[in-house]
Design a protein around this ligand. Sequence first.
Ligand SMILES: [Zn+2]
Ligand SMILES: [Zn+2]
Length: 247
Amino acid sequence: MIKRLIHGLIDLIYPPVCILCRTPIPSPFQTQNPDQLCLGCHNSIPKNRPPFCAQCSRPLQDPSRALCKYCQRTDYYFDYSLSACLYNPTMQNIIHLFKYGRKTALRHTFTKLMINFLNDYHFDLKDFDLIVPVPLHPWRLYKRGFNQSLLLADLISAHLGIPISSNNLIRGHYTKNQAKISKKERWTNIQGAFKIKSSCEFVDKNILIIDDLMTTGATTSEIARVLKGAGAQKVCVLTPAITMKTD
Ligand SMILES: [Zn+2]
Ligand SMILES: [Zn+2]
């Protein structure tokens, strides 16, 4: 009671402000959205809308085709990938704050966006047996202090009631940061980056990979290749955001 009173007083003197635009956030909104984003910034996140590409879920420019321009010339090892929102400057900023600014409360925002997307477009993921977050190399994990994909995977796992496998797939060798190299280089840079400690967990399983952002799909495709090599049946991907450009 006293704690709540003190918090109320602090909010009155120093109203919480949006982590992106510094607009004061009214307390009822803040209570429902502990991610410290104002309504305006929430609304500036563009949702992914149909018609979706059957493989990567990017909105189709030409609805008469099942696949987008990019997927028509790319072979992925995953079966399909779903992304809730489109990458724009707001998304770029909040993903950056989430990963490098330690604003981990944003995991709730990203998860809510993914859940709403699945519900809105009736994507039923009940036939998945396991959730696998994209692993970080131990050195990168040490420097960052947490794996952002694991934070999202934990919440998605709790929501869908699907168990999580977070330490069987490991990142074997240290790769250059995928965000800092060319599109072409990403496919070769990531090859052989992932290893599995014990295959039996993945045999005949339908697996949902969780990542924070879909760009070229090189990382998740490589994971799908390794999981299928270990006997997985279906491997799909779920992310909060996808880039419209793939380079
Ligand atoms: Zn804002
Ligand atoms: Zn596509």
